[in-house]
Design a protein around this ligand. Sequence first.
Ligand SMILES: [Zn+2]
Length: 86
Amino acid sequence: MGIFDGLEAALDKLERWRKLQDRVDTLERELAELKARFFLPQCPFCGAPAWRLAKSTPNPDMEEMGVHDRIYRCDSCGKSETRVEV
Ligand SMILES: [Zn+2]
């Protein structure tokens, strides 16, 4: 057992460590996506938890009262709805 055997074993461990780190990075990314989807409201059309605010603009007639026209869109079915909200 020479010095190179020890080096080879250390490099193997390093390679395994890098693969594990890549896997952790991937899992963290996937978990973040799942959390984002889990906490989104359900789409009123298809029921998927994918209903999100797509655009918000001040309502031209009631802008001074803080009223906005908000477009909500479903990431799953693509349907959308405009709501007038404060
Ligand atoms: Zn939908």
